[in-house]
Design a protein around this ligand. Structure first.
Ligand code: AMP
Length: 302
C-alpha cells in the first residue's frame, strides 16, 4: 500500500438532537466533520478545521484523541457549540429539521496552520458555502477538493454554492439535492449539469438505492450493503465521504468506482445505530468484508 495522504476536513462539529421511529437522543456528538473524521480516520490521517463553543463536552475531545484525529485547527470560542435537531418520518423516507442554532458558527472564520494548507486531500463538509470557499482558497495545491452540501445552502445561497463548485474536483450530493440544484429529476441529466458547473467527478447518492458515479459521459451504479435495520441515518452522507476519501488517501492511481464502494460500505455502519455509536464499531477488517459483499452483488448483477 502507498503512503497515506493526509486529509484536511472542514465541517460542522455539532451537538445533535434526534427524533427517530426507534427513539430520541438529545445533544449527542454529531456534525458533518465529526462523522467524516471518524470514518475517514479508519483509513487515513485526518486533520479537522472547525469551531466549537466552550460548552463542547470533554467526551468529544476524547473521541477525536482516541481516533488520532488532529484538532490543532479547531477553534474554541466563548459561546455555544452548533446545535441541530432533526426528526425522521416513520419509514425514514424524509427528515425535517427541527432547529439549527449556529452559535459560534455565526462568526467563524476558518484558520489553517501554514503546513496544513499543503494537505493533498481537502474535504469541504456541509457548512455555509462561504466557509467552504475560504478553505478551498487557503489550500490551492490540493490534488482533490471533495465537496458536500445540503438543501439549506442550496435554498439560501445557490450563487455562493456555484463558486464552491468551481473550486471543487469532486462533488458528493444526494439525489433530492441534485434535483433541487439543477431542476433535473433524472439522475444522469442532473449529473451532467453538475459536471458542467466545475467538478470532474460527481457522485449522486440515492439512499437505500445506492449511488451513481458520473465522470464525463460515463455513469456507474453502486448498490448499498444490505443491513438488518436502520436506526439513525444522520451522518450517512458524511460517513460515505469519509470512506470515499479514506480510499483516495491510500491510492496513488485512484479507481473512483472503488472509492464509491468504500463510501457505500462505510455509510452502512453509520445508519445501524444512533449518532456515531455504530460507526465506532467499524474496523478495517469489517469494512473490507462489506466492500467485498457490495462488489460481489455487482458481479451477480452483470
Ligand atoms: P447528514 O445526515 O449527512 O445530512 O449529516 C447530518 C449532520 O449535519 C448532523 O450531525 C448535523 O449536525 C449536521 N448539520 C445539519 N444542518 C447543518 C447545517 N446547516 N450546517 C452544518 N451542519 C449541519
Amino acid at each position: 500500500m502507498d503512503k497515506q495522504k493526509t486529509i484536511l476536513a472542514v465541517g460542522s462539529i455539532a451537538l445533535d438532537t434526534l427524533e427517530t421511529p426507534h427513539g430520541n437522543r438529545q445533544d449527542i456528538l454529531g456534525g458533518s466533520a465529526t462523522y467524516f473524521s471518524i470514518s475517514a480516520g479508519l483509513l487515513a490521517p485526518v486533520k479537522l478545521v472547525g469551531v466549537v463553543g466552550n460548552d463542547y463536552p470533554e467526551e468529544g475531545w476524547q473521541l477525536f484523541q482516541s481516533r488520532n484525529i488532529n484538532t490543532d485547527n479547531i477553534l474554541v470560542e466563548n459561546g455555544s457549540t452548533f446545535r441541530w435537531g432533526g426528526k425522521y418520518s416513520n419509514d425514514y423516507s424524509t427528515r425535517d429539521t427541527l432547529f439549527t442554532e449556529l452559535g459560534v458558527f455565526e462568526n467563524f472564520s476558518p484558520t489553517i496552520q501554514e503546513a496544513d494548507r499543503l494537505s493533498p486531500l481537502v474535504f469541504l463538509g456541509n457548512i455555509h458555502p462561504d466557509l467552504q470557499s475560504s478553505v478551498a482558497k487557503l489550500t490551492p495545491s490540493a490534488e482533490y477538493i471533495v465537496t458536500d452540501t445540503m438543501n439549506l445552502w442550496i435554498d439560501l445561497f445557490p450563487e455562493k454554492l456555484k463558486e464552491v463548485l468551481k473550486l471543487s474536483t469532486i462533488l458528493l450530493i444526494n439525489h433530492e439535492e441534485a434535483e433541487q440544484y439543477t431542476g433535473q429529476s433524472e439522475i444522469s441529466n442532473a449529473a451532467s449539469e453538475l459536471l458542467s458547473a466545475g467538478p470532474e467527478i460527481v457522485v449522486i447518492k440515492k439512499g437505500a438505492d445506492g449511488a451513481c458515479l458520473a465522470q464525463g459521459e460515463s455513469r456507474h451504479s453502486v448498490p448499498v450493503f444490505p443491513i438488518n435495520q436502520v436506526i439513525d441515518p444522520t451522518g450517512a452522507g458524511d460517513s460515505f465521504a469519509g470512506g470515499f476519501m479514506g480510499y483516495l488517501s491510500q491510492a496513488s492511481q485512484p479507481d473512483f468506482l472503488e472509492a464509491v464502494i468504500v463510501g457505500s460500505a462505510m455509510a452502512s455502519f453509520c445508519v445501524e445505530g444512533f449518532g456515531v455509536e455504530s460507526l465506532l464499531q467499524a474496523t478495517p477488517t469489517l469494512l473490507a468484508h462489506r466492500v467485498e459483499t457490495i462488489k460481489n452483488s455487482m458481479v451477480e448483477k452483470v
